[in-house]
Design a protein around this ligand. Structure first.
Ligand code: NAI
Ligand code: MG
Length: 489
């Protein structure tokens, strides 16, 4: 108890910061965006467009073309033609030259990309500037390097490209997910039809502009915008050889069923409910910072968010008190402000989903602690929230919330925490905080998760494979493993 008071006393100052908004002067946005098919901007055959808005103030940013099955067919035909006539024929080192060029162009326009990502999706500018955009460029650089070295990636084995890749991506890391999908596909000699999520199409369309300027042969990358039915048309198209999807487990299951009786190759990267585990011997302050980053980073819109905290009993009071203090010091609000830690929830629908879970928590009688901060009156915002006294069987512990909501459970023994951490339908990531290397090695072999971070969280690198177990999906993206998804070996 004494300790709690001490912590409170020393960490209770929250500075009032003057607004520090990033400027929008240097960005260029069109009022209306068409589809990027066969190297040209074409109108959707239905003539329909939809609005994309800024979730931080609900203002319209632009109109986006709504593609239907006939537009998808045009795009797949363009991708097939480009594959057969050009992309599968040119030398691999030519392929990498185009990819290096695209990577450099993303870097040159990084500031514009960061601002548009934040306006369209609601994530803090600090994140789009320091994480999303640099990593997107790095993926192109990294896979550009593999294009002419595929025989070294898979020694003594013959590798062949697949053909046309249909790629569907979500709204949490729009440009980064586009790069995760497009870069390995191109490096391996495939052509692409990609659909961004309906709430965050803009940076993919800006990427299409770069692709056009880069001189990449027409049809090698086609960007199609629209909703779920547009995505379904890509999945169902008979001339698509490979489907890559990142998004909800529900849609992933539909896609798996559709693809199961075809020749199409499939990778799925779905939801998560990742455990972050703090042992008594952990560096507590560092761990608290990592937990905060793991769940509140990008408003919890991260498939591998550390959304379940397990803390060993002996340090539970201290950790919870420090989390509460740290949470009080987070800045929530205008995503364009350089000091903002937590920006806007991506859409009204997603905010409602999060609220639905908070209501369940209330009905279950869990202890709910939310930050006392104010949220802006316009736009979609959710205060960072901790859920205590929650049972392993609770919906809050079992289902993906995809928002800034952290459940906290305690444990006594290593075996108990392994059993609890593994006890959800998901298996994407986990974090372990301890001073003991032996504990880290023991847990990394027993946690059923694609990625296990030790004494850190949410660290990404193009050279490192990423993907899940169980309902979190299958196949790996990133690293040498990421090449396999786009090759016949
Ligand atoms: P979603 O899975 O519906 O959307 C992802 C993408 O799939 C979008 O581009 C969407 O247009 C497309 N899509 C939707 N229905 C499709 C279909 N039948 N066939 C082909 N493509 C289709 O995800 P949504 O509704 O935006 O979010 C719902 C939940 O999914 C979130 O609350 C979160 O729990 C989870 N999610 C997980 C993500 C991850 O990175 N693993 C990313 C986004 C959402
Ligand atoms: Mg938007």
């Amino acid at each position: 108890m004494k300790k709690e008071k001490e912590i409170k006393k020393t960490e209770s100052i929250k500075w009032e910061l003057s607004p520090a908004p990033e400027s929008t002067g240097h960005i260029s946005l069109k009022a209306k965006y068409d589809l990027f098919i066969d190297g040209k901007w074409v109108k959707p055959s239905s003539g329909k467009y939809f609005d994309t808005i800024n979730p931080a103030n609900e203002e319209k940013l632009a109109e986006i073309a709504y593609a239907n099955a006939s537009d998808v067919d045009k795009a797949v035909k363009a991708a097939r033609k480009a594959y057969s006539n050009i992309w599968s024929k040119i030398s691999p080192s030519e392929r990498s030259k185009y990819m290096y060029r695209i990577a450099r162009m993303i870097q040159e326009r990084a500031r514009e990309f960061a601002v548009i990502e934040t306006l369209d999706g609601g994530k803090p500018i600090r994140e789009s500037r320091d994480v999303d955009i640099p990593l997107a460029a790095n993926h192109f650089f990294y896979y550009a390097g593999w294009a002419d070295k595929l025989e070294y990636a898979f020694p003594n084995r013959k590798v062949e490209s697949l053909g046309v890749a249909g790629q569907i991506i979500p709204w949490n890391f729009p440009l980064l997910m586009a790069s995760w999908k497009i870069a390995p596909a191109l490096a391996c000699g495939n052509t692409v039809v990609l659909k961004p999520a309906e709430t965050t199409s803009l940076t993919c369309l800006k990427l299409a502009e770069i692709i056009e300027e880069s001189g990449l042969p027409a049809g090698v990358v086609n960007i199609i915008t629209g909703f779920g039915d547009t995505g379904a048309a890509i999945v169902n198209h008979p001339d698509v050889n490979k489907v890559a999807f990142t998004g909800s487990t529900g849609v992933g299951k539909i896609i798996q069923r559709t693809v199961s009786n075809t020749e199409k190759k499939l990778t799925l990267e779905l939801g998560g409910k990742s455990a972050n585990i703090i042992f008594e011997d952990a560096p507590i302050d560092q761990a608290v910072e990592g937990i905060i980053n793991g769940i509140f980073f990008n408003q919890g819109h991260v498939c591998c968010a550390g959304s379940r905290l397990f803390v060993q009993e002996g340090v539970a009071d201290e950790v919870i008190q420090k989390l509460k203090n740290r949470m009080e010091h987070l800045y929530i609000g205008d995503p364009m402000d350089k000091n903002t830690d937590i920006g806007a929830i991506n859409s009204k629908e997603q905010l409602e989903t999060i609220k639905k879970y908070l209501k369940i928590a209330k009905n279950e009688g869990n202890k709910i602690i939310e930050s006392s901060c104010n949220t802006p009156s316009k736009g979609y915002f959710c205060k960072p929230t901790l859920i205590l006294d929650v049972a392993q069987s609770s919906t809050l512990v079992q289902e993906e919330i995809f928002g800034p909501v952290l459940t906290i459970q305690t444990f006594r023994t290593v075996d108990e925490v392994i059993q609890k951490a593994n006890n959800t339908p998901f298996g994407l990531a986990a974090g372990v905080w301890t001073d003991k290397g032996s504990k880290i090695f023991n847990l990394t072999t027993k946690l059923r998760a694609g990625v296990v971070w030790a004494n850190t969280y949410n660290k990404f690198d193009p050279t490192s494979p990423f993907g899940g177990y169980k309902e979190s999906g299958f196949g790996r993206e990133g690293g040498v493993h990421g090449l396999e998804a786009y090759l016949k070996i």
